[in-house]
Design a protein around this ligand. Structure first.
Ligand SMILES: C[S@@+](CC[C@H](N)C(=O)[O-])C[C@H]1O[C@@H](n2cnc3c(N)ncnc32)[C@H](O)[C@@H]1O
Length: 204
């Protein structure tokens, strides 16, 4: 049986996220995806951003196997073999990258993983490089939809360390690591794309 997983959410959101990525990524370089999940995003984005080297990663063996299955089905020259990457660990098994992309992770993991994401971005993102986060966020201390509030409560029941994050806290965390918030894009289904950039000068 194939290890290839197909989840409904990435099927729904992959095209709107691609449209944001197409606008912000450089014409060449490496895109590091943190927490790739099934690999559906990696497959979709690598096919449509052929000038970028696309490095998928995840923590879970089942997800890494699924990414491998998507990759072998597509045989895209720019889609690299997935790497095991725990965002909380240091160092990450990659060099310098021009883009970091992370979807739907920080609310479904302890806050330390958000810290790990920006700490890693500060180490690995090239000066001027871009970081795109996607998912639900509170804005101005408020949920952007009742369904997000219900989701938040459900996450916290599952694990009190989980929960929808506050945009302003994420922006402050990024700034501590020399990564500047540039733009918020309202996405379908009450999600947000958050665009950050590492300063040209490099380390904070
Ligand atoms: C809800 S899924 C999102 C997957 C994918 N980004 C998407 O949007 O479809 C959350 C992902 O976070 C990953 N994850 C959780 N904790 C992690 C950690 N400490 N380091 C790296 N990935 C982690 C899980 O393995 C899973 O793939």
């Amino acid at each position: 049986m194939s290890a290839k997983l197909t989840w409904p959410a990435p099927e729904r959101n992959k095209q709107p996220i691609l449209e944001v990525l197409e606008r912000i990524v450089p014409s060449t370089g490496t895109l590091l995806e943190v927490a790739s999940g099934t690999g559906q995003h990696a497959a979709h984005f690598a096919a449509r951003l052929p000038a970028l080297l696309y490095q998928p990663t995840d923590l879970e063996d089942a997800n890494l196997a699924s990414i491998r299955a998507w990759r072998s089905e597509l045989s895209l020259p720019n889609l690299l073999a997935p790497l095991r990457l725990d965002v909380c660990e240091s160092p990450w098994p990659v060099g310098e990258v021009q883009v970091v992309y992370n979807a739907n992770m920080v609310h479904i993991a302890p806050w330390e993983c958000a810290v790990g994401l920006f700490r890693g971005a500060a180490r690995h993102l090239a000066p001027g490089g871009v970081l795109l986060m996607y998912g639900p966020f509170l804005v101005g201390g408020a949920h952007t939809a009742p369904s997000n509030q219900a989701f938040d409560e459900d996450l916290k029941r599952r694990d009190p360390r989980f929960g929808v994050r506050e945009l302003e806290q994420v922006v402050a965390l990024a700034a501590e690591h020399g990564v500047t918030f540039e733009e918020r894009v309202q996405m379908p289904a009450n999600n947000q794309s958050l665009i950050f950039r590492r300063s040209q000068a490099g380390s904070p």
